[in-house]
Design a protein around this ligand. Structure first.
Ligand code: ZN
Length: 150
């Protein structure tokens, strides 16, 4: 199983490496909301000039960063439903809870999606009124485009 490979690698990693001590308060006082696309791993930090411990909670700014070629852009809910059902998962409760169109979070235009997420965060009664920026990063070049400046 993959978990055994990960555990074996991790055992070697902790024997060979000492991680720097990093406080839990983010140095740049910024939270970044982005996609879980695996192509963003490592490229994202390099493209934004960030290091471990720079961004997290306890923030004074938020950046919503969408990316080009996102898998959720124009995602077909019927394909996802079929995949879930093939794996024995019933998506119906999720569809009923979130709505027939938005239950997978699909969108047609990443710029519009970023603006919508920025507005959701800005209008949240649970978050302080701090700058919320919207950006799109090019998955191939790492170039950031500002969509909304908070
Ligand atoms: Zn994505």
């Amino acid at each position: 199983m993959v978990i055994d490979e990960i555990l074996a690698y991790n055992e070697r990693f902790v024997q060979q490496n000492r991680l720097p001590i990093i406080g839990h308060t983010p140095r740049k006082r910024m939270a970044i909301v982005t996609c879980m696309d695996c192509r963003l791993v490592q490229m994202f930090e390099q493209a934004l000039g960030l290091e471990r411990g720079d961004v997290l909670l306890g923030v004074r700014e938020i950046a919503v960063i969408g990316h080009t070629q996102c898998g959720l852009a124009r995602a077909d809910p019927n394909v996802l439903i079929a995949s879930m059902q093939a794996l024995g998962v019933d998506p119906q409760p999720l569809i009923e809870r979130a709505g027939p169109k938005s239950w997978i979070g699909a969108f047609d235009d990443v710029h519009v999606n970023v603006k919508e997420v920025v507005n959701v965060i800005r209008n949240s009664p649970y978050l302080p009124k701090i700058p919320v920026h919207g950006l799109v990063i090019d998955i191939e070049t790492g170039k950031l485009e500002i969509v909304e400046r908070g």
